[in-house]
Design a protein around this ligand. Structure first.
Ligand code: GTP
Ligand code: MG
Length: 333
């Protein structure tokens, strides 16, 4: 973006559901240039005012799972189904660890070619670099843009390694864990924390030669889920483990019905609104902390003093809390 963008015109075009305007708005939000950050904030404020005036919140669904489990293929099959039913679907990908593979997860292998040709779909890979906090901030903003653009459903794909799944779970209404069909001992490999966060488990590739293994895996995870504490943010009959095949379409309708049932329960009980409020407050605090840290780091005297104190702490010449207090005492006001 070279010229100063006309933010009011961009906001109006995004709010009208213009996908090219949305793509430009996302690029603006992802930019680290200070003038772009300021423009992105004006855009978000303008759109938030519009949202408050009437737009419906999108159903935000996070999907996680190990590399190759079938996330992208499932999302494309589901997305095609939902758009065929008249819904507008946005697909985002979050991969803070993509330095590992050298590219965003919606790379050459899976461009979701069919879904990307759908007029009711919008597909956007994640920025492939940045800190976890930075990626979280941008993803949150991009989800907000998609919502303001009138998308009914936002699907967020993230690789289930590291901490990106926690990040995505915190940004979504419903969080889905995808598991590949395998022998029973596979269960040990899934971290308990992810199992506890997941609202729904889907065993992928339940077709052909893998169908029987998928059913066994589903039974294993279903049993494991029942052993976990029953949560009050789920409707009767949950937690559930289901099988799906993106290839044949088997189980897709049931999987989406389960997502909708969880979302409907949380809407009816007020949990969804409460969760969004908590997410907004957490985002505010994270922004504030990041801002304060950036402000402090930009003060040359303070950074030098911090380095001196850190050395003193390392050498045991001063206690950590005393060092922190000494530094804070140097702040103005
Ligand atoms: N048989 C069968 N194969 C599938 C199915 N879904 C995905 N696959 C295959 O599994 C492989 C990985 O699929 P992806 O959708 O790229 O997996 P992913 O989880 O998005 O992978 P990353 O983005 O790299 O983490 C591909 O070769 C797919 O063709 C399915 O429903 N049935
Ligand atoms: Mg993928």
């Amino acid at each position: 973006m070279t010229e100063e963008p006309d933010i009011d015109a961009l906001a109006a075009a995004v709010a009208a559901g213009d996908r090219r305007a949305l793509a430009r708005a996302v690029t603006l939000v992802e930019s680290t240039r200070p003038d772009h950050r300021a423009a992105a904030r004006r855009l978000a404020t303008g759109l938030a005012t519009g949202l408050a005036a009437g737009a419906r919140p999108a159903l935000r669904v996070g999907l996680t799972g190990t590399p190759g489990v079938g996330k992208s293929t499932f999302i494309e099959a589901l997305g095609l189904r939902l758009t065929a039913g008249g819904l507008r679907v946005a697909v985002l990908a979050v991969d803070p660890s993509s330095a590992r593979s050298g590219g965003a997860i919606l790379g050459d292998k899976t461009r979701m070619a069919r879904l990307s040709r759908e007029p009711r779909a919008f597909i956007r890979p994640s920025p492939s670099q940045g800190t976890l906090g930075g990626v979280a901030r941008r993803t949150r903003e991009v989800i907000g843009l998609c919502e303001a653009a009138g998308f009914d459903v936002v699907l967020v794909e993230t690789v289930g390694v590291g901490q990106s799944e926690t990040l995505v779970a915190d940004l979504c209404d419903v969080f889905v864990l995808l598991i590949a069909p395998a022998g029973g001992d596979e269960l040990q490999g899934v971290k308990r924390g992810i199992m506890e966060r997941a609202d729904l488990i889907l065993v992928t590739k339940a077709d052909g030669a893998l169908a029987a293994a998928a059913e066994l895996t589903r039974a294993d995870y279903g049993a494991a889920l029942r052993l976990l504490r029953r949560r009050d943010d789920e409707p009767e009959g949950f937690p559930q483990a289901l099988t799906v095949s993106a290839l044949t379409g088997a189980g897709l309708a049931a999987a989406w019905a389960a997502v909708e049932a969880i979302a409907a329960h949380r809407t009816a009980t007020g949990l969804r609104a409460a969760r969004r409020q908590a997410q907004a407050v957490a985002a505010f605090r994270a922004e504030l902390e990041a801002g304060l840290l950036a402000w402090a780091t930009a003060r040359p005297g303070l950074a030098a003093a911090a380095a001196r104190l850190e050395a003193a702490v390392r050498e045991g010449r001063i206690a950590p809390d005393a060092a922190a207090a000494a530094l804070l005492a140097e702040l103005p006001g």
